[in-house]
Design a protein around this ligand. Structure first.
Ligand SMILES: Nc1nc2c(ncn2[C@@H]2O[C@H](COP(=O)(O)OP(=O)(O)OP(=O)(O)O)[C@@H](O)[C@H]2O)c(=O)[nH]1
Ligand SMILES: [Mg+2]
Length: 185
């Protein structure tokens, strides 16, 4: 079975950097300028065994899709061209799971709070919340952000740094556990 994971988040949050960290190689263009990723960058990651039955093994073939930043800060104006926006939404809709990336230096953005709820409740998408750029914030800011995400999104965030590689192993483990849970139920 195929299993597609979409990486969403605001412009410049480090979505492509996370994609590259997950693959351990430079797949998706990274730059300090917002709006770098245009069309979805889709790659096959690998397969994992999702059924424990020896006589009937089932494998999930995992694809990641790194998407364009949907918003710039709290700006509600569309920052994408119609074609890019359509492709981005198509990817989100057809995905089996979402990674919602929060930029640690920006905090939780209202637009993404709404999108998170829409995807979770209307589209029934399992979502992993990742706070990136962990290396740029101190413990107090991290604790406040963790509490805010728990309260607003009812989710337990994973703090990572795509730049230093900090906690990317935890993210990979969480992704795999989530896939097993989604597939098994
Ligand atoms: N300090 C730090 N910088 C990071 C981290 N992750 C990404 N960056 C930097 O943040 C900037 C944006 O990174 P990208 O990976 O291109 O971000 P993106 O979300 O894909 O951006 P768009 O495609 O433009 O929406 C780059 O300058 C990265 O080097 C991180 O964990 N820590
Ligand atoms: Mg990008």
């Amino acid at each position: 079975m195929k299993f597609k994971i979409a990486i969403i988040g605001p412009e410049n949050a480090g979505k492509s950097s996370i994609m590259n960290a997950l693959f351990g190689k430079y797949i998706s263009l990274v730059s300090e300028v917002g709006g770098t990723t245009k069309m979805p960058v889709k790659r096959y990651w690998g397969k994992i065994k999702v059924s424990r039955l020896k006589e009937n093994p089932i494998f999930a073939e995992i694809m990641f899709s790194d998407l364009s930043g949907l918003y710039r800060g709290n700006n509600k104006e569309a920052v994408l061209s119609k074609k890019v926006l359509e492709e981005t939404y198509k990817e989100i809709e057809s995905s089996d799971m979402i990674i919602n990336v929060v930029d640690a230096t920006q905090g939780l953005i209202r637009n993404f709070e709404k999108l998170h709820h829409l995807l979770k409740f209307r589209y029934q998408k399992p979502i992993i919340v990742v706070v990136n750029k962990y290396d740029l914030i101190n413990d107090t800011v991290a604790e406040n952000l963790r509490n805010r995400i728990r309260e607003r999104l009812k989710a337990e965030p994973i703090f990572v740094s795509a730049k230093t590689g900090d906690n990317i192993d935890v993210l990979i483990e969480t992704i795999i556990n989530h896939i097993r849970k989604v597939v098994e139920c």
